[in-house]
Design a protein around this ligand. Sequence first.
Ligand SMILES: [Zn+2]
Length: 267
Amino acid sequence: MSNKVIFIIVDALNFAASKRMGYMMHLAENKKAFFCKVKAELPTLSRPLYEVLLTGTPCYENNITNNLIVRRSTEESIFDLAKKNGLKTAAAAYYWISELYNSSPFNYVKDREQKDETKNIQYGKFYFEDTYPDSHLFLDAEVLRNEHDPDFLLIHPMGVDYAGHKFGGNSKEYYESALRIDFILGMFIPTWEKLGYKIIVTADHGMHDLGLHGGIDDSERQVPLWIIGSKSNTENFRDHLPQLQVAPIVCKLLGIEPSEKMEKCIL
Ligand SMILES: [Zn+2]
């Protein structure tokens, strides 16, 4: 069985919004996907939680304490580990991901498209406008996948976060943006599954009704997680998954050892 993994971080998709995603819930209902609630680490901000998801370390340790910390991560990320194991890495993601794992600060000309096998993210397409359409971003990822056949592909759309900030986390527009992600996933997942990919879909943080995030409310902290195409030990798991578990789970799906700092995988 292939160990290729597509890891999708839907920025700011909270647990309530996941209920609007009928295709993804269909997969869960029919046991084609493992589905659970994740309790996000604090603070519920993007840059700190990209670091949590991709290195499995808490904020007090990695010191990516807020969105204003613009520097390379000093922790061992899934990209580092994958590369160390001879796997090919790729990402279609917001430019902060490039800043954390490839080079910082972001150079708009040089870093928008990256192809460099010495980097942690070997093949990358990075956007910097929060309004960059999710439909385009997923096609950027498909181009990377078709051209480079990565073992680990990160896809990171921003449309849900944008709608949440503009209209609030309990607005029609926010829920519509989640539904649009569901449509997009419904276009790609059947093909990816047939090709043998393991697919993990989750979010960094959620969205408060007021159109912000950073704090401790359930709307900010509770996010969904789906795993498709893996026979992990998920049958009896019913509780909240701690977000620090996501990185070691991705390592397990990739068939590589987690870093020393990552928690032991409980799935
Ligand atoms: Zn946001």
